[in-house]
Write a protein that binds this ligand. Structure first.
Ligand code: APR
Ligand code: PHB
Length: 395
């Protein structure tokens, strides 16, 4: 029977970031990850960071490459009726966002974990959680065919939407809220200069499109697709043709076809599980909530959950106070629901919904209002750069 203070299930950005913050605090952790380190490091995900998330990564001591290679964007553009409308984040909020791929963040965190010497077990199978309601929870798992068990004070469920942690909370306790959208995103990564130096979210007659980037020579582009679609039905040429039809003529002329490095389809879902705590188990990140990617909030919400959990655990070990732990779930949920609302709003304004003429008029009117109203742009900008963190003891 091994022993640690905090057993962390999942080595995605949430689990690794929590492990790093607690390690720097001298709090012991063990990370258990079902997949291999290679697999975890190879996943392609989004890459827009709120300034608050950058602060948390700095606190964890993993921001040097981010600062060296990340791109600061002071604005974001909305494409509509062939025109582009810039939302000046800097002028409206005094802040910008940082474009730096989640894959890079995961690499920086994995390197920091390896350098820290703190233990991680990759390819940990059959992870199961025990005695969550008591003060001595345990985690069991199998590794290379051998059964293992870990005694701990707390379990951090950072194992994503399909993980075991949320499923370990009794159905009588857990409440879930969900909205599944009638479309997906077909994303393509390619080594070609982006058409524009800022992100462009386009609402076109043919559906949504997004021009994003990873660097001045690597683009990440998306088009709205149907849920029945299969990635193998889309050649790279077909993707670029469709993308050009949606992103506006000026930008279309600036895009050259390039072979895809990665191409995949992701469904769009809004999902929240309440509460984020059951006894000594605390959920963080995608284990507790999913946002559609339109608001670029997935990683940023995981980072704020992790900051709140780190602060609560630190106060438990330093001041023997349970207050932070008791406030963890409501404190997170306040920020989660605001990010869910913003992501739902962005998704509702920028995608084509089937057979909804009234909804279409609402979109057109909402976007016209957005482009004309500084107040509306202020609201969008302050949500896009990230709402302030809730101080501990604040809620
Ligand atoms: N046992 C151990 N590990 C598990 C288990 C399990 N039963 N189930 C899942 N995992 C691992 C997954 O393999 C994955 O590496 O947990 C990790 C969860 O990582 P993510 O899904 O990346 O979730 P999170 O760390 O919360 O990051 C959220 O990822 O999906 C994006 O948009 C999302 O940006 C957000 C971020
Ligand atoms: C991305 O760069 O992959 C990206 C950017 C912004 C989003 C979603 C994805 O809203």
């Amino acid at each position: 029977m091994k022993r640690t203070q905090v057993a962390i299930v999942g080595a995605g950005p949430a689990g690794l970031l929590l492990g790093q913050l607690l390690h720097k605090e001298g709090i012991d952790t063990l990370i258990l990850e079902r997949r291999s380190a290679e697999y975890v490091g190879s996943r392609i995900r989004a890459g827009v960071l709120e300034p608050g998330t950058v602060d948390v990564l700095e606190r964890a001591g993993v921001a040097s490459r981010l600062h060296a290679e990340g791109l600061i964007h002071d604005g974001v553009e909305i494409g509509f009726r062939g025109q582009r409308h810039r939302i000046d984040l800097k002028a409206l909020t005094g802040k910008g966002v940082t474009v730096y791929g989640q894959t890079e963040i995961t690499h920086d965190l994995m390197n920091a974990r390896a350098a820290s010497g703190a233990p991680s077990v990759y390819e940990a199978e059959d992870v199961a959680l025990h005695e969550l309601a008591g003060t001595s929870p345990r985690v069991s798992y199998r590794h290379q065919g051998v059964a293992h068990e870990v005694a701990c004070d707390f379990i951090a469920g950072c194992d994503g939407f399909h993980g075991v942690s949320r499923r370990s909370i009794p159905a009588s306790v857990l409440k879930v809220f969900e909205r599944v959208y009638p479309f997906g995103w077909l994303g393509l990564l390619a080594d070609v200069p982006p058409p524009w130096h800022e992100l462009i979210y386009a609402n076109s007659e043919r559906g949504f499109a997004l021009a994003s980037l990873r660097s001045p020579t690597r683009v990440r582009c998306y088009v709205q697709c149907s849920l029945e679609d299969r990635v193998e039905n889309w050649s790279d040429e077909q993707f670029w043709d469709e993308f050009r039809r949606r992103i506006g003529d000026e930008m279309a002329a600036r895009i050259s076809n390039a072979p895809s490095i990665e191409k995949s389809i992701a469904p769009l879902r809004s999902f929240v599980a309440e509460p984020l705590r059951f006894g000594r188990l605390f959920l963080a990140g995608d284990a507790a909530h999913i946002v559609p990617p339109t608001g670029a909030k997935g990683l940023n919400l995981a980072a704020s959950d992790v900051l709140y959990l780190y602060e609560s655990l630190r106060s438990f070990y330093r001041e023997k106070s349970e207050r932070g732990l008791d406030e963890y779930s409501p404190r997170c949920l306040k920020r989660i629901w605001r990010a869910e609302r913003f992501s739902w709003w962005m998704t509702s304004q920028l995608h084509r919904f089937p057979d909804d003429a009234f909804g279409r008029r609402m979109q057109e009117t909402e976007l016209e209002y957005l482009f004309e109203s500084r107040a509306a742009q202020q609201s969008m900008a302050e949500n896009y750069v990230g709402l302030p963190f809730e101080p501990m003891g604040g809620s």
